[in-house]
Design a protein around this ligand. Sequence first.
Ligand code: SF4
Ligand code: SF4
Length: 306
Amino acid sequence: MIGISWRREQGLADPLLKRILEEAGLDNVPQWNKEDDVRTAAHDRWMELAEERDGPINPEQQIIDDPATVTQRVFAKAKELGADLVGCTEIRPIMVDLDFDMPHKNVIGIVVKEDYANVLRGSLAIEAETFHVYVEVARIATELAAYVRELGYPAWAHHNGITQIQAIPTLYHCGIGELGRHGSLINPDIAANFRPSFVTTDLPLEFDQPLEFGVQDYCEKCNLCRNNCPGDAIATDHIVTEGIKRWRIDMEKCYPFSRLHDAYCHICVDVCPYVHKENGDTEKRQIYKAYMKQRKEDGYRSPNRL
Ligand code: SF4
Ligand code: SF4
């Protein structure tokens, strides 16, 4: 299957970011110029894991006459390896990078949650957690792909070190969450505070269905992410792509805050009330209230603490 989704390049390979950096008199993303052991170690680790994305397939293939049972086994393995959420679906062209010929039929989405308490420790703490979780999901995908190959089926891991899978449409069809105004998927238990990885495979699986629990209706009246975005980058009106309602992020307005400061901006996700709204987590609710108090004191659109 040939992919149809354009992937935004990172750093100077992205012409829009390159122009914004030049206009700000910068030759690179400031965070990438600074010495950062956490970032370097994480990058080295997921590049190391990229070397192990594929491997030998057990020639004694298990005959699968009950995809539901094997799906449960694979999901249990993913959880044993450390995944918080797992889902799977059939691969569609929109899930694959433009012009890439994906040899596999199915994809498993893997998610590990981030510690929301970092919002009170500042953006560098949020960023360090992000790198930690990206390494975790890369390890889980790598080990899960090896597990599937041991069942006798081809499988590749996809993560920050190497991927041809587009996260948002894939996780949507894996039933991980509903698309919020801020452009991320919201899960009832862990909101949008998570990082993903994937395994593509030909292992027969029982597919999940998209998850809908009223997020998009709530977003119509909530607007907290839009009203807190320092770049005013989040759309008022929605569009529809492949039958799915979504709100666009204007990257020209987002980049000055998400790429030109000491740490990545994560405000739109962190102000989302779904962090406590559906799961009834009282500890997260207290953290959320304290964080929103900070935002109010700073001014809702403030880029302070980035
Ligand atoms: S902050 Fe509000 S509008 Fe934004 S994604 Fe969350 S629920 Fe939707
Ligand atoms: S990352 Fe920051 S600047 Fe970008 S859309 Fe979210 S809140 Fe706005």
